[in-house]
Ligand binder design. Structure first.
Ligand SMILES: [Zn+2]
Length: 496
């Protein structure tokens, strides 16, 4: 036991999580946490490559009934508690981040990213079992992942969460999973979480990394207060302020309405990071020229996307706000686009910002969350025949062309492949895939390979994001979208 504790301390020293003068303090904290007698530092010889054995310490905690042996959530929470003993306090991290930021934004993010990985806040090891491939389709190279850390949520369940009465009164108890109060919170397995404050648009926000890391340096920027997602002209100010402060990261926001928003609607937040998404490479379907120093185009992308490019930030924000305002009340009954039901709004956007040198790029994805009897989960939402692959909301990340498919698919695809390669009855546990499997069988291949099947999944994902597009990329849809853009530009230039 002593050896395991000292080993963790050594690991922390090697990773510069603590300094040598903090060894005694770290051992005291670990022994207290594990209900062990305190001891003085003793020297052990460790293999340089040997990783600290957290599992051994977690087993000790389980033997002492501090956690249950098999519950992963409890083990994660306790592991985070142990790491909290061998890492800098929140205050120290905030100071260090801002000190490094004075050198460069990259130094600051590198520091927090490395720290988050070294203390296993970012579940690096678990993420290694994720499956990734590229689907080269009609809109470029879509990025496909099966994420084994993400629970699959039903959009209706998420919609209900927005209206749920919040009964937690104590200010220190987080109201949701991204509230700033989660920092050093045991029950959410967040004892090893460190966040740093930022000012965007004269408002306090906090910067942290995502434990699930859907892409490189996946960042979450959360509002200081627990308040609902809200897309407005201010959103553009927040996003562009972030770009001025962290130009090598992209940033985007989920929409602020159920069905078309992300999984968390009750706490305003953005997501960013260092990653190039497929949407970035999308080409203009039509260019509208330069309007008040801003280049405007309609992208060839399955979700209806307007791209604004300019080095004139003020003009960019003005034009973006104008597009947002015009979209909020846009209707086209022939295309099933209705902006309101009574006074409930349906139109919103998913905005994304990037910066390259002095040039800002804003992608505005038009969204509509209306449901009908025929489409109870949403007209512009993956339709029922693709639910066996993806039923969840199409949020920011997938709207940009990165699929995060549910973990269950890993085994299901394996079983489907097995079935395709042998003559047998359709397995009952794959019922939701049956229609698709019969389709696949029609290809009549001698041998069905995994890469072939992955390509078929890619096709399905392409359909998923096509379903989410408000203006379809057929002649009628393209004409209507471009008329909306032309009219909007016309009104803008009259105003200016
Ligand atoms: Zn919250």
């Amino acid at each position: 036991m002593k050896k395991s504790i000292v080993h963790l301390v050594h690991y922390a020293l090697n990773k510069r999580l603590i300094e040598p003068d903090q060894i005694d303090q770290a051992i005291a904290c670990l022994t207290q946490t594990l209900h062990e007698e305190p001891f003085n530092y003793v020297q052990f010889d460790f293999d340089e490559d040997e990783e600290a054995d957290l599992e051994k310490l977690l087993d000790i905690a389980a033997q002492k009934k501090m956690i249950s042996a098999s519950n992963l959530d409890e083990r994660d929470a306790f592991e985070a508690l142990l790491f909290n003993c061998v890492m800098p306090s929140p205050d120290v991290v905030k100071k260090e981040f801002h000190k490094l930021y004075q050198i460069s934004p990259g130094e600051a993010t590198k520091y927090l990213y490395k720290l988050s990985k070294d203390v296993n806040y970012i579940k690096t090891k678990r993420l290694k079992s994720n499956i990734e491939w590229v689907y080269d389709g009609a809109y470029g190279k879509l990025q496909m992942t099966i994420n084994l850390a993400k629970p699959e949520k039903d959009p209706k369940e998420i919609a209900a969460a927005k209206n749920k009465v919040e009964i937690q009164k104590d200010a220190s108890i987080p109201k949701c999973v991204i509230c700033k109060e989660n920092e050093q919170n045991y029950h959410n397995a967040r004892m090893n979480l460190r966040i740093v404050p930022l000012i965007l648009g004269n408002v306090v926000w906090h910067f942290q990394y995502s434990p699930y890391l859907y892409y490189n340096e996946h960042t979450i920027i959360l509002h200081d207060q627990h308040q609902p997602m809200k897309i407005s002209s201010k959103t553009f100010t927040y996003l562009l302020d972030f770009e001025d402060q962290f130009p090598s990261y992209f940033i985007g926001s989920n929409a602020d309405l159920p069905i078309v928003g992300g999984s968390i609607l009750n706490h305003d937040h953005f997501q960013g990071g260092r990653h190039q998404f497929p949407i970035q490479d999308a080409r203009p379907l039509k260019s509208f020229g330069t309007i008040s120093h801003v280049d405007v185009s309609h992208l060839k992308w399955p979700l209806s996307t307007i791209r604004l490019v300019s080095s004139d930030r003020q003009s960019l924000e003005k034009l973006a706000t104008h597009f947002l305002d015009q979209w909020k009340t846009y209707q086209n009954l022939e295309l099933n686009i209705v902006s309101h039901t009574h006074d409930i709004p349906h139109n919103t956007i998913t905005p994304i910002a990037r910066k390259s040198g002095a040039v800002y790029e804003l992608d505005i994805i038009l969204r509509n969350n209306r449901t009908t009897e025929k489409y109870p989960l949403g007209i512009f939402h993956p339709h029922e025949d693709v639910h066996h692959i993806k039923k969840e909301n199409i949020g920011l990340i997938e709207a940009m062309g990165l699929a995060i498919l549910p973990g269950r698919l890993k085994n299901e695809l394996k079983d489907i492949l097995e079935w395709l390669n042998q003559q047998s009855d359709l397995p009952a546990h794959l019922e939701k895939h049956h229609a698709w499997m019969k389709e696949l069988k029609k290809a009549n291949l001698k041998t069905y390979t995994e890469s072939w099947l992955f390509k078929e999944v890619g096709k399905k994902f392409e359909r998923v994001i096509e379903d989410s597009g408000v203006f379809k990329l057929d002649p009628k849809g393209i004409a209507a979208m471009q008329k909306f853009m032309t009219d909007t530009i016309k009104k803008f230039t009259q105003k200016v």
